[in-house]
Design a protein around this ligand. Structure first.
Ligand SMILES: Nc1nc2c(ncn2[C@@H]2O[C@H](COP(=O)(O)OP(=O)(O)OP(=O)(O)O)[C@@H](O)[C@H]2O)c(=O)[nH]1
Ligand SMILES: [Mg+2]
Length: 358
């Protein structure tokens, strides 16, 4: 992904977190400065921009070390946040269920704990010599102890959630209903498709990470059989590992599914790139070899009507879309073309789900 596209995505994340973007900068360096991440000149530029835009927060599109963050806050005199903290913040805002909330909290603590050391080390230095346990260090100790305690409580609670989910899945298996799960880049249209198929009324927003908590509905296939469909959290480029590990309980739903529906926003400028990101995360979750249908969505933005979409199903050579450089492979039982919003191509998709859930 290009730097500007990545910054554009960051600005959507910022908007999803409820803030307004007043300026965007990037700098090419051989490697980030270990003290301030950016160079002196850029820092000066940022400081002068403050007089024009009155920004109160600076967000970096990367993970900052505790030292970089502290130095930047001191120099800029405003709050400094990194990409991971921002994503965790959005997750915290979107979590509705207890399960979602504790998973986010765990990720936040796990990210915060090593950072606390840096937060207090400048105070520790002041406390050297006589009485080595300076105020900073003892504060750090008690902060750490408190967080450790809280983390083990959350981990116990998550263990319970896992047990509960395992039991529920076992019961589901006994009943014999197959499970399919929606996966895909955030904002690809997973919840829109989920609603179109199930009338579930899940929140759909033109924001990143609208869905956090998994929802499952029982649906009917054209041949009369039933299956369960799960909608869950979307993926993103540079998804912080702390989130992936904290969300194991939720993501285990994916590993239990017989079939994954990978939803792709084919009209997105970075569609191909987003597909690679999803593939990479599926690989990290050990789900690469799971049975999968790739569902190209939002075709209403590229076509005039459902008949045109239908026609694409019968063409002899692969179609290409402006931004999807790799051409869409010819539709078969593992590739579907739809508009979740308009309901185009839904019958064919259901038929393909039925054919894969044999
Ligand atoms: N034009 C068009 N817009 C769509 C279509 N499907 C979804 N959208 C829009 O895309 C945006 C994101 O849709 P969601 O269904 O919330 O996407 P999601 O994949 O669930 O996103 P997260 O929950 O954030 O991961 C919304 O503004 C939808 O209205 C479609 O087929 N056509
Ligand atoms: Mg969603």
């Amino acid at each position: 992904m290009s730097i500007t596209d990545s910054l554009q995505e960051l600005s959507y994340l910022v908007q999803s977190a409820g803030a307004t973007v007043v300026g965007m900068f990037f700098q090419k360096l051989d490697m980030p400065s270990p003290t301030h991440y950016i160079g002196k000149g850029k820092l000066a530029e940022l400081i002068s921009l403050r007089e024009q835009t009155y920004y109160d927060t600076v967000i970096f599109n990367d993970e900052l070390s505790p030292r970089q963050q502290r130095n930047l806050e001191e120099t800029l005199g405003v709050k400094v946040i990194d990409r991971t903290t921002l994503i965790l913040d959005i997750f915290a805002k979107k979590a509705r269920t207890r399960e979602g909330q504790i998973q986010v909290e765990l990720a936040q603590h796990q990210y915060l704990l090593p950072r606390l050391v840096g937060q207090w080390s400048h105070l520790e230095r002041l406390g050297g010599g006589i009485g080595t346990r300076g105020p900073g260090e003892s504060q750090l100790e008690s902060d750490r102890r408190l967080i450790h305690k809280r983390v083990s409580r959350i981990e116990r609670e998550i263990e319970n959630v896992k047990k509960h989910r395992t039991l529920y899945r076992r019961r589901r298996k006994e009943v014999g209903i197959p499970v399919a799960a929606l996966v895909g880049y955030t904002n690809a249209g997973k919840s829109t498709l989920f609603n179109t198929l199930s009338n579930a009324g899940v929140i759909v927003e033109d924001k990143l990470f609208s869905t956090l908590d998994p929802v499952t509905r029982r649906l009917a296939l054209p041949d009369g059989r039933q299956f369960l469909l799960t909608d869950t959290v979307g993926f993103i480029h540079k998804l912080p590992p702390s989130i992936v590990s904290a969300f194991r309980a939720t993501l285990e739903e994916l590993s239990e599914a017989e079939l994954l529906l990978h939803i792709v926003d084919i009209t997105h400028k970075n569609a191909a790139n987003q597909c690679h990101t999803v593939e990479k995360i599926l690989g990290e979750l050990d789900l690469k070899n799971k049975l999968r249908i790739t569902v190209f969505n939002k075709l209403d933005l590229a076509l005039n009507n459902e008949a045109e979409l239908e026609a694409l199903n019968y063409q002899k050579s692969p179609s290409s879309f402006p931004y999807f450089k790799e051409q869409i492979p010819l539709p078969d039982e593992r590739i579907a073309l739809i508009s979740a919003k308009k309901g185009w191509g839904i019958d064919k998709l259901l038929a393909k789900i039925a054919c894969n859930l044999q």
